[in-house]
Design a protein around this ligand. Structure first.
Ligand code: EPZ
Length: 416
């Protein structure tokens, strides 16, 4: 397994180009199951998770070509199954469930196991499908769902679920009648998917609010669309600039998707200004410790919690970081402690007392965003940091070491 080696202490300078959003590309690619004919999607990021969902869709009968611009057609679903060996590497495979039931009337999808950050059940996805008339059974670790024709329903999500909203929105496009999703997720990735579905002829209103209404149509047609930029990748680079006392231009990002982070980083003393095609981000003279609570969009994103925690490790005071979305998203803490951080976990809160400097160490990645926080800590630390199990990072960041070294970091990937 490859590892990343970083010699810390170099301020970042220059331009970084943000790639397409992983969490928009995955549901948009899955939406191709809903219609025959060739869809064309632009700005698809080059990520492990994208490779995985392509493999999954091909196993179901999709024909796919291209990387950054993907042409995908599913004229016929030959195998409505998402097998355990694929689903266990990427839980977002659950996103094929709604489209399969809607298009083929049947789906057999492995229950995604838990992962490092939590149990991550999919009960809300299944209940919503049952509310729409699907027969759902759990057999030998698989979800078996059947429905001659889904019917529109009033759905109430107990918790705000991003892929739950996306799954059921896709299923509802071909249902008989109208479906209303209450307590729907408002993430930009949900809006991107809704726009793609509307391009296919779906009748959707309210995407981006917590009530989404979908009026079922008999069939959809293929479309052309672009994936939005990745706000989590952009946020990761913005935090890196603050941690390394640097100044960078984050190009191709959408500042409107980053308001909670921008406000928080300004509170830490960073200077962030809009420029043509992105943001200019400069470190502050000092790093003010701030408190952070993760909540569903448009609040501070849980996917940037590990990264801002790394930043607060070198803050000038005390920072309380509350993780309210996932029950176990502090796997990065033990690795940061090994780099000299001062963090105490109390339930869903991490109390971070800033230290003057982190020290390089050998560390291990546990999950996608935790590994990103270790890269940030390594960039700021004194000495050398090694991060093993880099495959976690490759799931969600396109050539992270190349992008950081283009900004002046001393970072390289070492083939194991
Ligand atoms: C999406 O995961 C993202 N993944 C995650 O990004 C992100 O962290 C998360 O949303 C929250 O923003 C993709 O979009 C592919 P949820 P998702 O359903 O949809 C509970 C990354 O790093 N829940 O919004 O799986 C759940 O346990 C990944 O890119 C249920 O209890 O998250 C969690 O506590 C990590 N039952 C909360 O809701 C359900 O049926 C929010 O989860 C569904 C969810």
């Amino acid at each position: 397994m490859d590892k990343i080696v970083i010699k810390g202490g170099k301020p970042l300078h220059g331009n970084v180009q943000i790639s397409g959003a992983k969490n928009a590309a995955l549901p948009v690619l899955a939406s191709a199951l809903l219609t025959a004919g060739t869809n064309t999607f632009h700005n698809i990021p080059d990520l492990m998770d994208v490779k995985t969902i392509k493999k999954l869709l091909i196993s179901m009968g999709a024909e796919i070509e291209g990387e950054e611009t993907v042409k995908i057609s599913v004229d016929k679903i030959i195998n409505p199954t998402a097998s355990y060996d694929l689903v266990k590497t990427m839980r977002a495979s659950i996103l094929v469930l709604g489209p399969l039931v809607a298009r083929a009337g049947v789906a057999r999808v492995s229950l995604p196991g838990g992962c490092a950050i939590g149990a991550r059940p999919v009960n809300l996805h299944l209940k919503a499908l049952e509310d729409m008339g699907a027969h759902v059974e759990l057999k030998n670790g698989y979800i078996e769902a059947k429905a001659k024709k889904l019917k529109g329903a009033d759905i109430y999500f107990d918790l705000t679920t991003v892929t739950g909203t996306e799954n059921i929105m896709m299923a509802a496009t071909l249902a008989h009648g109208t479906t209303v999703l209450n307590n729907a997720a408002r993430e930009p990735e949900v809006i991107n998917l809704a726009d793609v579905l509307k391009g296919m002829g779906a009748k959707i209103s309210g995407a981006g609010t917590d009530v989404i209404t979908i009026e079922g149509v008999p069939s959809l047609k293929p479309t052309k669309a672009a994936i939005i930029p990745d706000r989590i990748e952009a946020g990761t680079f913005m935090i890196a600039a603050g941690m390394t006392h640097g100044e960078i231009n984050v190009l191709g990002c959408n500042p409107n998707h980053l308001e909670a982070l921008i406000n928080k980083l300004r509170d830490t003393g960073m200077k962030i200004t809009a420029i043509k095609n992105g943001l200019k981000v400069s470190a502050g003279k000092k790093i003010n410790s701030v408190d952070v609570t993760t909540v569903p969009y448009p609040g501070f994103p849980t996917d940037l919690q590990a990264q801002i925690m790394a930043y607060m490790c070198i803050g000038n005071g005390l920072s309380v970081i509350s993780e309210t979305v996932f029950e176990n998203r502090f796997m990065h803490v033990s690795e940061l402690l090994r780099m000299g951080a001062d963090i105490v976990i109390q339930g869903g809160n991490a109390i971070v007392r800033g230290v003057p400097k982190l020290r390089g160490a050998q560390t291990m990645a546990t999950d996608l965003r935790a590994s990103a926080s270790l890269v940030l800590a390594g960039l700021a630390a004194q000495g050398t940091t090694e991060i093993s199990r880099v495959y976690h990072i490759d799931r969600g960041y396109e050539s992270i070491e190349k992008k950081f070294s283009a900004l002046g970091a001393d970072i390289q990937r070492v083939k194991a």
